[in-house]
Write a protein that binds this ligand. Sequence first.
Ligand SMILES: [Cu+2]
Length: 136
Amino acid sequence: MSILYFLFLTLLPTSGDNIQIEDAWIRPANAGMNSALYFNIVNESGKADTLYKATFEDAGMVMIHETYKDGDMTGMKMVNEIVVKPQTAFELKPGGFHIMLMNLKKDLKKDDKKEFELYFKSGKKIKGTATVKDKF
Ligand SMILES: [Cu+2]
C-alpha cells in the first residue's frame, strides 16, 4: 500500500464502503466433479461486512465451506457467512475457508477465466474473475 493511498484513507475515513476481491483462483476439475474457489476479501472500509452468498454459473450448487480437522480426519462443513472486519483482509485458501463449487456443468481447465458473484449483507454485490490454476 502506498503512502498516498494511506493518506487518502486517513483523510476520508467515512467514505469507505470499499471491498475488493483479489487473487481469485479455482482448482482445475472436470464436469460432474467438484472444485473450490479461493480469493482474498480486502475490506478497506471502516465497517465490517459479511459475505453470505456466492454464485458461479458453471456449478450445480455453490456453498461457503470451511475445512476442519478432527483428530487425524479432515473434513469440510458449510458455514453461513464470513465476517470481514474493518480495515482487514480475509483469505480464503486451501485448508481453510473456500467457496465449494459442486457438480460442475463444464470442465474447468488451466488458464480459463471464470466469473463469479459475491453477496454481502451491506447490500453490496461484487463480480470477480478467477483464473483456473494448479496451486498447492
Ligand atoms: Cu468444500
